[in-house]
Design a protein around this ligand. Structure first.
Ligand code: KIV
Length: 294
């Protein structure tokens, strides 16, 4: 058990963040903060740090489950991790990321799966990837009372179509299509849109044109908010870190150091010391010795 002061003392309890707070923050020009989480302790600490919203991203597949990309992630895996996050975070707006093939096959399936994030996992909203081709699904999901966050630009579930993890909207033609898609998603009912890996001035233009907030990841400072994959920010995912990530810690190195020290302590018998061991009264011990055959 840690001997540090309880983290709850770091920040007073705060009001629940809602999709309405998102809109108000945009109107007030207050940047929105969002991070990904996949488990209870991370969600708890983000909530206490005052992060506005938590995305249970399908990046889960890469940074937690070790898949090459996000395509293999299932609804059951997403719901399992979303439940853990919901148990940890009570104030942040919780967004469940709809995994590949949970919303593409039919509008009915999209609505049913979106509903599962709210009914079974305590999420407040869902996120899905894509532009105009998703407008019908977004209309149907929002029509069922479920808030939807869009996701444009580099949409990792389409990496095979995009030719890899590459920046989007870099030509005038591609940028125009992105601007149109952003307007279509707003019209379809999205309360916010993630813009991933697009030119900063294009993201700023879209953010100015839309009434709903944009959340950027590799999309510059002109977005209404910023999101990062937490394992990138913490330096916990060693395989690959996108250029747009700012690393705030080196948890991978720190974990390797701690694991190495543990192994060395066990081998040298420095751990466990007496303070890590359960003690027994001398009287009880003496009685045991008396009762056991010599
Ligand atoms: O899955 C995820 O973590 C995401 C973020 C990159 C926005 O979609």
């Amino acid at each position: 058990m840690s001997t540090l002061a309880p983290a709850a003392k770091l920040a007073p309890a705060r009001k629940k963040v809602t999709t309405l707070s998102y809109r108000q923050k945009k109107e007030l020009g207050e940047p929105i903060t969002m991070l990904t989480a996949y488990d209870y302790p991370t969600a708890l600490s983000m909530d206490q740090a005052g992060i506005d919203s938590i995305l249970v991203g399908d990046s889960l597949g890469m940074v937690v489950l070790g898949y090459e990309n996000t395509l293999p992630v299932t609804m059951e895996e997403m719901l399992h991790h979303a439940r853990a996050v919901a148990r940890g975070a009570k104030s942040a707006l919780l967004v469940g990321d709809m995994p590949f093939m949970s919303y593409q096959v039919s509008v009915e399936e999209a609505v049913r799966n979106a509903g599962r994030f709210l009914k079974e996992a305590g999420m407040d909203a869902v996120k899905l990837e894509g532009g105009r081709e998703r407008a019908d699904a977004i209309r149907a999901i929002t029509g069922s009372g479920i808030p939807v966050m869009g996701h444009l630009g580099l949409t990792p579930q389409s990496i095979h179509q995009l030719g890899g993890f590459r920046a989007q909207g870099k030509t005038a033609q591609a940028a125009k299509r992105l601007v149109e898609d952003a307007h279509l998603l707003e019209e379809a009912g999205c309360f916010s849109i993630v813009l991933e890996s697009v030119p900063a001035r294009l993201a700023a233009l879209i953010s100015r044109q839309l009434a709903i907030p944009t959340i950027g990841i590799g999309a510059g400072a002109g977005c209404d908010g910023q999101v990062l994959v937490t394992h990138d920010l913490l330096g916990l995912f060693d395989r690959f870190t996108p250029k747009f990530v700012k690393k705030y810690a080196d948890f991978h190195g720190e974990m390797a150091r701690a694991f190495g020290e543990f192994a060395a302590d066990v081998r040298s018998r420095a751990f466990p010391a007496s303070e890590h061991s359960v003690q027994m009264d001398d009287a009880e011990w003496d009685e045991l010795m008396r009762q056991l055959p010599a």
